[in-house]
Design a protein around this ligand. Structure first.
Ligand SMILES: [Zn+2]
Length: 188
């Protein structure tokens, strides 16, 4: 199932998402699969559950098509359940980011180079791993989503002011986008 992607301005993107309980009630494998499908159709490399309207601590990443110098991206396809970033270290580095919930906006964001994270995979196996470079950046961006944070929050006040019109056009659905979205200001 392909979900519409929730656009900037929807309150679900601002919630601190809830832990997922392993009570056998949710069909998590199907949901994870659907999230990957939804992400691929929108040409994304990461997607968090709030972006499909669910305030639960789940995100998926797939950077296997990216070629990063000095980084092996070929195995970087994962689901993160109930993730917790334990530490962020290393120098901050800036890179242009975008977000499927904020189409047409791309801005430079500074993030720490390395992180340590604890999470459960789709089989409820616990992992504690270190990621660095591009992989760390993708995880930091998606982790922010389950904390109710968007990459545009890091922009300076002037930049945010300049982008206000664009944010409005994203919220009211007048932005041009080639995947299905749910716009908070559009009544169905
Ligand atoms: Zn995003």
């Amino acid at each position: 199932m392909i979900y519409p992607i929730v656009a900037y301005g929807d309150p679900v993107l601002r919630k601190v998402a809830k832990e997922i309980k392993n009570d056998g009630n949710t069909d998590l494998p199907k949901l994870i699969n659907d999230m990957f499908e939804t992400m691929y159709l929108a040409n994304g490399i990461g997607l968090a559950a709030p972006q499909i309207g669910l305030d639960i601590r789940l995100f998926v990443v797939d950077g296997t098509q990216l070629e990063e110098e000095g980084e092996d991206m070929t195995t970087f396809k994962k689901a993160f359940i109930n993730a917790k970033i334990l530490s962020e270290t290393g120098e901050k580095w800036a890179m242009e980011e975008g977000c499927l919930s904020i189409p047409t906006v791309r801005e430079m964001v500074s993030r720490h180079k390395t992180l340590r994270i604890r999470y459960l995979d789709e089989n409820w196996q616990e992992h504690e791993e270190e990621f660095t470079g591009m992989q760390a950046r993708i995880i930091q961006h998606e982790y922010d989503h389950i904390q109710g944070v968007l990459f545009t929050d890091y922009l300076n006040p002037l930049k945010k002011r300049l982008l206000k019109g664009r944010f409005n056009s994203i919220s009211n659905g007048t932005v041009s986008v080639d995947y299905r979205m749910k716009f908070p200001m559009v009544k169905i």
